[in-house]
Design a protein. Structure first.
Length: 444
């Protein structure tokens, strides 16, 4: 009988991409995916360390996995439990202490070793766990098996790691220094995805616009160059890139929003705070004026472009005045979508030991105010789409028969009822209804 694997993914799009690459590896070894954890011979948790809550979730999941493991053992079935991702890189000792039944823990840069580890586990005499948290000199991308499309929208990691060291953030510690994949490798992967059904590619990196991969002649190239090369590929209908760092938005990249037809008119460009004092304490290399200037240039390059962002409220030392400056930025940019978080103290980061921590109550109040404002803009934008015709890429079946869910160019979720087979196709839809979170429509 085929052995089965189950992967649960937390965190960012990079983790979603990594999980799919790990799945490719397991499939190559003859494993089959299952959505039921009870059936799985291998259970993998791909973890996120960005905020405290995300990391804590892992331990409750591991507790449950251990119970299932024991139940399966009663009927003679063996279960291998693995933890991968950013929590491993930050806290492998904690994992092995709190959950010693875990069979392997592998950090984000060592996934290519998972097959080897599974072989070792299959040959071990008694429980012994494997922990791999190196930052190797080689790139895991060179050792992962070839991937294919799993639908019409695909992620493609082009860059990993971060050198920015924002004072609140764990990513530079969990993903290491910036690494950019060579242009040729990115194009090869993109062509393979396009040949197997992909219409939309979202190129990913923790700091994607600092991309500086080598081209075929060994010359370093930036993201704008790479997007231009990708845009030439046959079959590509939509192109996106996430996540960008404001100080790395150069003019060539901004020009892509004018020149590249396939580049979608939606950009996630996190500002974090609108207060220059706080941005400085965060070690961000931009102030609010720089940020607004970039957005002005972007809007000029493509007047249809709309923005999204991430925000942190209650960073150490944030006053009411600082917070108001954040609201001011929101009122100027009028984001159509955004993620906002209460500052979370992460061990080992400089901000965690800053003295002027903000009270939980204040953080909560500010988050509510900010989110209400963000939701207002989001709803306003969604409502303004009513009556418009938009090309929608359908990628998911809805709950009812005939219902499909797709994405507009602005990443809004849109539902339709249809008798046609529109799955994995781009179809023109008239928007008929809108709420804060989604749109409905009908085919033109
Ligand atoms: N590389 C991306 C995003 C990284 S993490 C960037 O630079 O924008 C995603 C988001 O999580 C961040 O943009 C930030 O808003 C949030 N975040 C990161 N560390 C956090 C912390 N300690 N507390 C609260 N939110 C945090
Ligand atoms: Fe974290 Fe800042 Fe790097 Fe983004 S740019 S991953 S927030 S350190
Ligand atoms: Fe989380 Fe790591 Fe992504 S900490 S947000 S999974 S890079």
């Amino acid at each position: 009988m085929l052995k089965k694997y189950f992967i649960k993914t937390f965190g960012c799009q990079m983790n979603v991409y990594d999980s799919s690459r790990i799945a490719d590896m397991l499939k190559k070894e003859g494993y089959e995916e299952t959505a039921k954890q009870q059936e799985a011979d291998i259970v993998i948790f791909n973890t996120c360390h960005i905020r405290e809550k995300a990391a804590e979730k892992l331990f409750s999941d591991l507790g449950r996995a251990h119970i299932i493991e024991q139940e399966r053992a009663e009927s003679g079935k063996r279960t291998i439990i693995g933890v991968v991702g950013c929590v491993v890189q930050a806290q492998d000792d904690q994992i092995m202490k709190r959950a010693p039944f875990v069979d392997f823990a592998v950090g984000p840069l060592m996934y290519h070793k998972i097959t080897e580890i599974l072989q070792q586990i299959n040959h071990r005499k008694e429980h012994e766990n494997f922990v791999l948290t190196d930052f190797p000199a080689i790139s895991k991308f060179d050792f992962l098996p070839e991937n294919k499309s799993q639908g019409a929208c695909s992620y493609l990691a082009i860059q990993e790691g971060c050198n920015n060291f924002c004072t609140y953030c764990v990513v530079p510690y969990t993903r290491g220094a910036e690494y950019s994949r060579p242009v040729k490798d990115v194009l090869t992967e993109a062509k393979r995805l396009l040949a197997t059904g992909t219409l939309e590619i979202n190129v990913l990196g923790q700091n994607v616009n600092s991309y500086h991969g080598e081209d075929e002649n060994g010359k370093e190239r930036d993201l704008a160059y790479l997007l231009n090369r990708l845009a030439e590929l046959d079959g590509l209908k939509r192109l996106r890139y996430t996540t960008s760092y404001p100080a790395d938005m150069n003019d060539d990249l901004i020009a892509c929003h004018k020149n590249l037809r396939v580049l979608m008119p939606y950009l996630h460009l996190p500002v974090q705070s609108g207060s220059d004092r706080i941005l400085k304490a965060m070690n961000r290399r931009h102030n609010s004026a720089d940020y607004l200037k970039i957005i002005e240039k972007l809007y000029k390059a493509n007047p249809d472009l709309r923005m999204s962002s991430d925000f942190i409220v209650g960073f150490p030392g944030e006053t009411d005045e600082d917070f108001t400056a954040t609201l001011d930025v929101v009122n100027q940019v009028k984001y159509i979508q955004a993620f906002s978080f209460k500052y979370s103290r992460r061990p080992g980061t400089p901000a965690a030991v800053m003295e002027n921590q903000v009270e939980e109550k204040v953080k909560k109040e500010r988050l509510e105010i900010l989110q209400n404002l963000l939701f207002d803009y989001q709803e306003k934008f969604n409502k303004s789409c009513i009556g418009q015709t938009m090309p929608v890429l359908f990628e998911q079946k809805g709950r009812h028969k005939g219902q499909l869910i797709g994405r507009t160019p602005y990443m809004q979720n849109l539902h339709i009822e249809t008798k046609r087979d529109n799955m994995n196709k781009i179809v023109d839809v008239v928007v008929t209804e809108a709420t804060t979170n989604s749109l409905s429509g009908r085919e033109v």
